[in-house]
Design a protein around this ligand. Sequence first.
Ligand SMILES: Cc1cc2nc3c(=O)[nH]c(=O)nc-3n(C[C@H](O)[C@H](O)[C@H](O)COP(=O)(O)O)c2cc1C
Length: 170
Amino acid sequence: MDVFTAISQRCSVRAYKATDIEEDKLKKVLEAARLSPSASNRQDWKFIVVKNKDTKKKLAKAAFGQSFVGEAPVVIVACGTDSKAVMGCGQSTHTVDVSIACAFMILQAEELGLGTCWIGAFDEGETKKILSIPGNVRVVAVIPLGYPNQPPSQKFRKSLNEIVCYEKYE
Ligand SMILES: Cc1cc2nc3c(=O)[nH]c(=O)nc-3n(C[C@H](O)[C@H](O)[C@H](O)COP(=O)(O)O)c2cc1C
């Protein structure tokens, strides 16, 4: 699968088959995070792989009851380990770095026939408690991963004309 096909056919998956993910596929998804770029190549991140049923249920509760999170065979909790770093442009380094790694994982998952959904609606404090995440570490995203149990959904996107301008802001 080429990159554009993965980008264009990916959609958020909110229903998963109970089928386990093969270890080599999971490793490849995690490798995509490991190989992704980060500011000054800092790699200040940690990806917690959760398979335990009870823990996944708790994570789903912490995600304001989004129960499908607990139904995926694997949940990846993506963390920034240096939440103080700021780039020259003023943006928070860990948010950008971890988001890029998550995007790479999501696209790799697509190529392997696996579904994902970026979860940004979660109680960070609760999530940290569940997984014993230290105070200075920030949770950027929660990503359920598994074989989709839903048909692909349609994409609704703004047109290029609406979001692109040339030479200056318009
Ligand atoms: C930063 C971010 C946070 C999101 N948080 C959630 C979430 O908490 N729950 C959820 O079901 N979907 C969440 N989504 C998925 C979006 O709703 C979805 O990507 C968007 O509607 C476009 O649909 P598509 O992914 O199927 O193309 C999130 C997506 C992003 C990028």
